[in-house]
Design a protein around this ligand. Structure first.
Ligand code: FE
Length: 258
């Protein structure tokens, strides 16, 4: 387990808590943004990693406090330990309004449930000690209620599951075109359609982005590679574009379990 500092100008820090997960659970990244004495954790993860992530964050915050918990969407690798986070911190947790009433099924106690706050479909800005963190709409990439975070100080776009990669052994993508083999399968199956990718690309292209930091796998660093990734997304046929032929009723004779 390790922490990697992605940005540090003295009073603003962006820290990647890398791969605290073990075993068969999917690899996941936790990200922390600190400005002065306040912090935001992004997609904090499940129960198995809670103790380690919470202890590491407490170290990084020093005497500061966790102010925000950002949940890009409703998947268990993001949300499962939310009750522990709400019980052990004073932070407010933000998630799409679509998931506000589903997440309590992860076992959120009633005296902290009011700290689970809805993000409207249009997104919103969260202020943290004078820094405006943008919660950007990214619906259907892959979840139907889904957001990304843009930090204007470090110029990092936290892209959630968009850009997720699996199976390589590096943290920084060395060559985007050689990296496609590790991202293609996930995006073709989980991202809803090319139309959504094009809408996202048009929205995100004007942003000044130094790093795209997904919730799984390696980081996309530098303007050139960021543009290569946006171009790739914009042109990808995925999801429903590829699955139309699968909508047939299953046949018993083709059952994979004999
Ligand atoms: Fe997900």
């Amino acid at each position: 387990m390790s922490s990697t500092v992605l940005f540090d100008d003295g009073n603003h820090k962006n820290i990647l808590l890398e791969d605290f997960g073990t075993g068969t659970a999917v690899q996941a990244n936790q990200h922390l943004i600190i400005h002065d004495d306040e912090g935001m954790i992004l997609d904090p993860g499940g129960h198995k990693i809670f103790n380690k992530v919470a202890a590491t964050i407490t170290d990084w915050l020093g005497g500061g406090k966790l102010r925000y918990i950002f949940l890009s969407h409703q998947d268990p690798d993001i949300v499962a330990a939310i009750n522990a986070w709400l019980m052990t911190t004073e932070a407010d947790a933000y998630v799409s309004v679509l998931w506000e009433r589903f997440i309590p099924h992860f076992g959120v106690d009633k005296f902290v449930v009011n700290r689970l706050k809805p993000i409207p479909d249009e997104g919103m800005i969260l202020e943290m000690n004078g820094v405006s963190l943008s919660l950007i709409p990214a619906h259907f990439l892959h979840s139907c209620g889904n957001f990304q975070v843009y930090d204007p100080v470090s110029k990092i776009l936290y892209s959630g599951d968009l850009g997720a990669s699996f199976g390589m052994d590096y943290i920084d993508v060395p060559d985007f075109y050689a990296h496609i083999q590790y991202i293609a399968g996930f995006h073709k199956r989980y991202i809803v359609s090319n139309e959504i990718m094009r809408a996202w690309a048009a929205m995100i292209r004007p942003l000044d982005i130094e790093i795209i930091a997904p919730q799984h796998g390696a980081l996309i660093k530098g303007r050139k590679m960021v543009t290569q990734f946006i171009d790739w997304c914009e042109n990808l046929e995925c999801g429903f574009n590829l699955m139309k032929g699968l909508y047939k009723l299953p046949e018993k004779s083709k059952n994979p379990i004999s």
